[in-house]
Design a protein around this ligand. Structure first.
Ligand SMILES: *Cc1c(COP(=O)(O)O)cnc(C)c1O
Length: 376
């Protein structure tokens, strides 16, 4: 039986990306490796629209968050932590572990973070020198408008802005330099369409400057150590890199850097949302301005969502469930990868079947989804 992976990380990778990893290993201290490294850097520079280089190291997304926490925070730092879900809470928890004092702003799960809420929290807390934000909150499917949030904070009052974009980069616009982000964390296995295992960190000039003035308590995650080799003409990693994953990321970036990619992801999200609502499910994110182009979360007010999830899995569709307070209450389906009409109709047809015959609210769910896919 075919199995269709629809979890919001890892996401299915293409055959081209899978096969790229089967190439013979090369020494990570040689010209060929530096060429591969530079090829990835060029593509990431296009994707992030930045001339700066990105640190790559073996870690999952949590490791990238920890690297930011270790380099930017500590017992001498007060952090303003804005969370609207499980991953916002995790970033806060990691930072607290490094000894930072935390001022928390919590937004209910399913709701987005508004520019006004953050600007007023910054105004009220001038002692906070670091601000933590989540771009795409994967536990709920909320996309926060990082560009507008940062723009709402007067430039002279801006703390260092650290953003968890683990599930955003690749699937939706994320332009840290243009937006004013100082430290961006991401990972390979979501919007970047690569197997799990690579962490990525991008810093602004202000970010590199701040990091250079602090002593990092972690040896492995010390970004200043990474910077020396990152900016050589022939860049290297200070420690052994997962070379096969570099091949995979290099190949995956070619699939992402095509015209209209972000628009396709947005259309897939709208189409799936339209079909899901018409089937009788309830979208967790009510305000469509905050809906993620990468994943969709929904519940079933009139029935048993766990039974739907079980039926989907039995039919070969693998979505994810809820996390934290939403455990057992929602289904999350991802569309970071190349989901188009065939995949959308497969997902909706399978949901229709999983609901049980006659339980769908409307039989027009395909028509509604297709209209949204076609932008009507
Ligand atoms: C997946 C994810 C993480 C954690 O990533 P791991 O790779 O599981 O360590 C952190 N933040 C967000 C927003 C995520 O989606």
């Amino acid at each position: 039986m075919n199995r269709y992976l629809m979890t919001p990380g890892p996401v299915p990778v293409s055959t081209g990306v899978s096969v790229s990893q089967a190439r013979p290993l090369i020494n990570h201290r040689c010209g060929a490796f530096s060429e591969l490294f530079l090829s990835i850097e060029d593509k990431l520079a296009q994707l992030l629209r930045s001339g700066g280089r990105t640190v790559l190291f073996p870690a999952s997304g949590t490791g990238s968050l920890e690297a930011l926490a270790a380099n930017f925070t500590g017992p001498d730092v007060t952090v303003l932590s804005v969370s609207c879900g499980v991953f916002g809470d995790r970033f806060r928890e990691i930072t607290a572990l490094y000894g930072a004092k935390i001022v928390s702003v919590d937004v209910p799960m399913g709701c987005g973070v508004t520019p006004e809420a953050v600007a007023s929290a910054v105004e009220r807390n001038p002692d906070c020198s670091v601000l933590l934000l989540t771009q795409n909150e994967t536990s709920t499917g909320v996309l926060n408008p990082i560009d507008r949030i940062i723009a709402a904070i007067p430039r002279e009052k801006r703390p260092l802005i650290l953003v968890d974009s683990v599930s955003a980069v690749g699937a939706m616009p994320c332009f840290p330099e243009e937006w004013g982000i100082d430290g961006l964390a991401t990972a390979s296995q979501k919007g970047l369409l690569t197997p799990p295992g690579l962490g990525l960190i991008w810093l602004s000039e202000r970010g590199w400057d701040a990091v250079s003035k602090r002593k990092c308590p972690s040896y492995y995650f010390d970004l200043a150590r990474q910077k020396k080799q990152l900016y050589m003409d022939a860049p290297e990693n200070p420690y052994t890199p997962p070379v096969s994953l570099y091949y995979a990321l290099d190949a995956a970036l070619d699939e992402i850097l095509v015209d209209g990619w972000f628009d396709l992801r947005r259309r897939a999200a709208s189409s799936l949302a339209a079909g899901i609502e018409s089937l009788g499910f309830s979208l967790l994110v009510k305000d469509e301005n905050f809906r993620s182009p990468g994943l969709t979360a929904f519940s079933l007010p009139s029935g048993d969502i766990a039974a739907v999830s079980k039926a989907l899995k039995a039919a070969g569709i693998e979505p994810a469930g809820g996390q934290g307070a939403l455990k057992g209450k929602i289904i999350r389906m991802s569309h970071y990868h190349d989901v188009r009409w065939p995949e959308i109709s497969l997902a909706l047809g399978s949901l229709y079947a999983a609901l049980g015959s006659g339980r769908a609210q409307s039989r027009d769910f395909m028509r509604d989804a297709l209209a949204a896919w076609e932008g009507k």
